[in-house]
Design a protein. Structure first.
Length: 367
């Protein structure tokens, strides 16, 4: 086996614990060229599209990558900010805020970084950078509250594939899901209440989750069930009658049946039924992105109003909401057990590391 070159790791180097926040990904720019690169990586993942590779290669390279980039680029351009992709901007801010939150509670050395499953910064590059910085223990913290093979599992795949190429491996921990974690549910409820305090309440609250093909449910993927549980717990936390809430699934792609009900069709039905005001929130998206800002806030609004609905409100994702950063911190701490401490004697640690380094140098080590 051919290993990647090990970074310089002098004896006595400070040992750190790393927390890697992982999100889905984003193109580098809202252009057809950048979208083609991004979509090729994303749609080439067998976790994302589960059909025979040879058949899918022809469809992807012969049709999709020749038509979809231009259309997707226009959608991204509609939500692009001066700082770049909203998903990347929010994920980077979340990582910085998480570092600050943990810094008030952890004394032992640690670092927080973020990566994207598709696009940049990549999971392998970021893990390599964390390892070079002295992280010999790393927690992979997905930005996906609900587990799915096409999101959470493929992020872990990328981390494990990198690990296979490493001679001196850091210890890795993975967090499967937190769809029913009280702090996450509390953050969702607080975010919605804050919005309602400013803008009033709707006639109906629609919870829109990213969809997946129905066959994934039939093959044992727990995603659908976890979304349903999140929806139920959030409804209870808000003190709403179940009749005041609808749970739907968006972003379907291709001709296969996806889990239902579909968000766009539900908005059309609600509009035709004369619903006065509908508020839409996407609990599974912890950072605003194309699927929330364009598909829901723009396309969803147009669908509802065109069908006869009176008022449409999109409630922003958790983003940098203080309750979400607090939840993210608690979730991280719970999964860092034994790796971090609220006490740390830096002077004593420095002395121990210096003794270790001196012994290594005396035995012929170069650094």
């Amino acid at each position: 086996m051919s290993y990647l070159k090990e970074p310089e790791s002098p004896h006595g180097q400070l040992s750190k614990t790393g927390i890697l926040l992982v999100n889905l990904g984003t193109p580098e720019a809202p252009t057809p060229k950048a979208l083609r690169t991004y979509l090729k990586e994303f749609l080439s993942d067998p976790r994302v599209v589960e059909i025979p590779r040879a058949v899918w290669w022809l469809i992807l390279n012969g049709i999709i990558l020749n038509t979809r980039p231009k259309k997707s680029a226009a959608k991204y351009a509609a939500i692009w900010t001066p700082d770049g992709s909203p998903l990347k901007v929010h994920t980077e801010k979340q990582a910085k805020l998480l570092k600050g939150w943990l810094g008030e509670r952890i004394a032992s050395p640690f670092m927080v970084d973020y990566a994207m499953r598709y696009g940049q910064p990549s999971i392998p590059d970021t893990l390599a950078r964390m390892k070079a910085a002295g992280c010999d223990r790393i927690l992979i913290l997905p930005a996906y509250p609900q587990y799915a093979a096409s999101s959470t599992a493929t992020a872990f795949d990328a981390a494990f594939t990198w690990l296979q190429k490493i001679r001196t491996q850091p210890a890795l921990r993975t967090l499967k899901h937190y769809h029913d974690h009280p702090a996450y549910i509390h953050a969702l409820a607080a975010n919605i209440r804050d919005y309602w305090q400013m803008h009033g309440r709707p006639d109906l609250l629609l919870l829109s989750f990213h969809g997946v093909p129905r066959y994934t449910l039939e093959k044992g993927d727990p995603y659908h069930c976890e979304c349903q549980k999140t929806g139920r717990l959030l409804t209870e936390a808000l003190g709403l009658d179940p009749k005041q809430v609808r749970l739907t699934f968006q972003s379907r792609f291709g001709r296969a049946e996806w889990i239902k009900p579909y968000t766009d069709r539900t908005l059309d039905e609600l509009g035709r039924a004369g619903t006065g005001r509908v508020d839409v929130v996407a609990p599974g998206f912890t950072a605003d992105c194309l699927e929330t800002l364009e598909e829901l806030a723009m396309e969803g609004r147009a669908t509802f109003l065109a069908a006869g609905g009176k008022a449409f409100h999109y409630i922003p994702a958790l983003n940098e909401h203080p309750q979400w950063i607090d939840a993210l911190g608690h979730i991280a701490l719970e999964n860092l057990g034994g790796w971090v401490s609220d006490t740390f004697d830096r002077d004593a640690d420095q002395q121990v590391r210096q003794v270790s380094k001196n012994r290594a140098l005396a035995m012929g080590a170069r650094s």
